[in-house]
Design a protein around this ligand. Structure first.
Ligand SMILES: [Zn+2]
Length: 827
């Protein structure tokens, strides 16, 4: 009997090698019906592993990285047996087809589809849909795989997903409660949407500041798919959204990309219509800001699309929405599975044309600007190169001596001289369209109403002088960097101060207990002049450090940080090293508020900045605990963007002011300024826009109100601020600074205090800003300091850490911590 079963199994097994019977279903592996429970990230991965084990000839799971919380991230490559044997050849053919790899492709008839699930952790139906989609592809939809490689990322943001699901599992009732007021439908701060550092990974594709993005881009650029879908969820009362997207479309998007996303949308509509499901297209979700999971792939040649199911962090396993419908997880994941399969179907049907059009996309001979030439601070150039490398965008060094074209600094035609350090990025390279998107001075807007910021031009973000030219600038490949000299025994060592790299060097020294000075005035020594903020490390100050010179040399080498030796404390041009104008940098003890009332995004940006960029300790204090917090343990308290009405009660405000009077320093960012504006004892005041056309507003037809309102909006636009670079907050800066304004909030110049950066020029250099909003910005504060007793309030109207990509703003933040009002506070 046993023998017979064995024989039957072998026969049956071999006949149905790739049929549903040998492929475990999600229900088999999970132990519950899919959609009746949320699956934790490891359960999702377990399912993918089980399927790989069952059909290794058709599924290959690749571990492409780890999250901050040490969860593994996987990609599943799913295709026919024949394609699987050829996977590497198919990949190379695709890159050759795009001109990203030398040589001619041997075949270009396979479509590559990449499906990304759960980038927002609390939009949790999508990883469930990933499992069902995998199962259906291998059971019912085998035919589609004959000419298609499907790459599935079941969980782009595993830390966020598990944050949401662990919270839901410990909170939800059994059976689930459909009342939307129930606690299981109301996530606590910060929610499961972002990653560990509370970054929105669907805003991070270009900046790649997060490990998840960085590791994903490495594989993405190796594969360069033809279709990329980012699965999301929207509010519980919304139906389903799929392509075609809304205007504005970036002008770089080709007719084919526009047309094919309409075809895909129509294919989805066919399935949705058959079931009577509601959906909408061409509204809300536009294709402009390049750092999304739809735009980034689009600007890299793919059909990049966002699909949005109603649900989100509120929905749980089931919820009664405002239309009287009980929306369930089963329903949500079914819709996402339907669009996923329909997408693969369309790619398979059009595989040949996808390849032909993909090849055309990478021909960039006709872009208006042929070269972007950038010069300036070497550290800033070097961090820009790091970014370009993440996208495999090519760059070279200039060999011309003078270039003319659009001059970013003036916003007009101009020219400048260049030396061999100047960076040249040509647009006629395979990734030329992305080059245009990232470098062009001003993005063309077909519509001012957009989902996100409208300006990000890299020369402004990196603080580099740049020209965009319509003729190709001559260039050659980069010379390799010179190595650093080993330090000799000297009286002291001086470091320049004008970049984040210098700030990282300072943080490393402070952490190793070095005593470091900084100068408030320029000085000359050993025939060199050092600007404000320059760091001085003397042997005399650091006698407590054993083998000080060799230790300093080690840190300098590790940071590739050059130092200038000085032989005496007697300067050629004063101040001397012992002057009161050259002060010790205090080893600041820093705290930051987090939790209810604070913006989780801004808090996350600050947290990430200290841990992953500056590498300097920071203590996070929950706003709930603020009343009981002993502030005397810190020198600096950072208030992220947020609403502090509850936290800063009268008692707490008194406590804060007393601490500042005694020498404490508050750094308030963006919305946090509202807590102080117009309040007793503060000279900060909010500037309201003069509404001189109230009457006219009332006569605007209902249908035009939204558009009319956009006159009052700024949706991420670049302005040129005047800078007082003699103030410690602006050490290392020029006398102007291009700032990214994220909204129309405006504050008057400080009557008493220092207006360190402010707008007295309201020209919009890039991005959209409504005319009323712009008018109101004249003579307003960007960065300032107001002293109180021995301490200070530092105001940052514009958030220099926004999404961590505005590189040139970061030193203002560091200066605020270490250089402004450096009276050492006695702890
Ligand atoms: Zn989302």
């Amino acid at each position: 009997m046993q023998k017979l079963v064995f024989v039957l199994l072998v026969v049956f097994g071999s006949l149905s090698l790739t049929s549903a019977q040998t492929i475990p279903s999600p229900n088999d592996v999970l132990g519950y019906d899919i959609g009746t429970q949320f699956s934790r990230n490891h359960q999702v991965i377990d399912y993918f592993k089980a399927v790989e084990t069952a059909v290794p000839n058709q599924v290959k799971l690749v571990n492409y990285g780890k999250t901050n919380e040490r969860r593994n991230m996987y990609l599943a490559f799913v295709t026919s047996e024949a394609n699987m044997k050829n996977l590497e050849t198919i990949r190379e053919n695709n890159l050759k087809n795009a001109g990203l790899l030398d040589g001619e492709p041997t075949a270009t008839d396979t479509a590559i589809v990449w499906l990304s699930y759960n980038v927002h952790g609390n939009e949790a139906s999508s990883s469930e849909a990933a499992m069902l989609t995998l199962y259906k592809l291998l059971s019912e939809e085998q035919d589609l795989l004959n000419n298609t490689i499907v790459i599935i990322d079941p969980s782009v943001n595993p830390d966020g997903r598990d944050r949401y699901i662990n919270w839901y599992n410990e909170t939800a009732s059994t059976p689930y409660d459909i009342d939307k007021q129930a606690s299981e439908h109301n996530e606590p701060w910060p929610g499961g949407r972002p990653n560990h550092y509370l970054f929105d990974l669907n805003r991070d594709w270009v900046w790649a500041t997060q490990v998840e993005t960085e590791q994903r881009l490495e594989v993405y650029n190796k594969w360069m798919p033809h279709v990329h879908v980012d699965f999301h969820e929207q509010g519980i009362n919304e139906p389903y959204y799929f392509a075609p997207a809304a205007e504005p479309f970036h002008e770089i998007i080709t007719d084919w990309q526009r047309d094919f996303q309409t075809q895909i949308g129509q294919n989805h509509a066919k399935y949705f219509d058959a079931e009577g499901w509601l959906f909408f297209t061409r509204e809300r979700f536009d294709l402009l800001y390049p750092s999304y999971g739809d735009t980034y792939p689009t600007f890299m040649g793919a059909m990049g699309m966002t699909y949005e199911q109603g649900g989100h962090g509120m929905a749980g396993l089931g919820i009664l929405n405002d239309e009287g419908h009980v929306l369930t997880l089963v329903e949500r994941l079914t819709h996402h599975t339907t669009t996923g399969i329909s997408t693969v179907e369309m790619a398979s049907k059009n595989a040949k044309q996808l390849n032909t059009e993909f090849k055309k996309f990478f021909n960039n001979a006709n872009l208006k600007y042929k070269s972007y030439v950038l010069k300036g601070n070497e550290d800033k150039l070097s961090s820009l190169k790091t970014l370009l490398n993440k996208h495999q965008i090519a760059f070279e060094n200039a060999t011309s001596s003078k270039v003319s074209g659009y001059h970013y600094a003036t916003g007009e035609q101009g020219s400048f001289n260049v030396d061999s350090n100047a960076l040249v990025v040509h647009s006629n390279q395979p990734k030329g369209k992305m080059v245009k998107v990232l470098f062009e001075p001003n993005t063309l807007l077909s519509d001012s109403l957009t989902y996100d910021i409208t300006a990000w031009s890299l020369p402004y973000a990196y603080g580099l002088d740049a020209i965009a030219t319509t003729s190709k600038v001559s260039s050659n490949t980069m010379a390799s960097k010179k190595s650093l000299q080993v330090l000799n025994d000297a009286y002291g060592y001086v470091s320049k101060w004008d970049s984040m790299e210098d700030a990282q060097f300072l943080a490393a020294l402070l952490k190793q207990d070095f005593k470091v000075r900084f100068t408030e005035k320029p000085f000359s020594s050993n025939d060199k002049t050092f600007g404000r903020g320059s760091l001085i490390i003397t042997k005399g100050d650091n006698k407590h450090i054993e083998k000080m010179v060799s230790k300093l040399n080690g840190i300098a080498q590790e940071h590739a940080h050059p130092l200038t030796e000085i032989t005496s404390g007697f300067s050629q041009k004063t101040p001397d090293i012992g002057s009161p104008d050259i002060k010790l940098v205090n080893q600041q003890k820093i705290a930051v508020l987090s939790g209810d009332g604070t913006s989780s995004l801004n808090y996350g940006e600050i947290w990430h900045f200290f841990e992953q960029q500056l590498h300097y300790p920071v203590t996070s204090i929950n706003t709930d605990d603020f009343s009981n917090t002993n502030l005397n343990k810190y020198n600096v308290l950072i208030l992220p963007n947020g609403n502090y009405r509850k936290v800063l009660s009268e008692d707490n405000m008194t406590k804060l002011k007393e601490w500042v009077r005694a020498g404490g320093k508050v750094i308030a960012i963006d919305g946090a300024l509202r807590s102080f504006a117009g309040k007793d004892g503060f000279s900060l005041s909010y500037k309201d826009s003069e509404d001189d056309d109230d009457q006219k507003d009332n006569l605007t037809p209902y249908a035009d109100r939204e558009r009319e309102y956009s006159n009052n909006l700024i949706t991420g636009a670049i302005f040129n601020a005047k800078v007082d670079n003699t103030h410690p907050m602006a050490f290392g800066y020029e006398d102007n600074y291009f700032t990214l304004k994220l909204g129309s909030s405006a504050y008057n110049l400080l009557d008493s205090g220092y207006n360190v950066a402010y707008l007295n020029d309201t020209k919009v250099y890039s991005g959209f800003a409504g005319q009323n909003a712009v008018k109101n910005l004249d003579q307003t504060l960007v960065f300032g300091e107001e002293t109180m007793g021995n301490g200070s309030f530092i105001y940052m109207v514009d958030n220099p850490l926004f999404r961590s990509f505005w590189e040139n703003g970061k030193l203002f933040f560091v200066n605020s911590i270490f250089m402004v009002n450096n009276n050492a506070y006695e702890l």
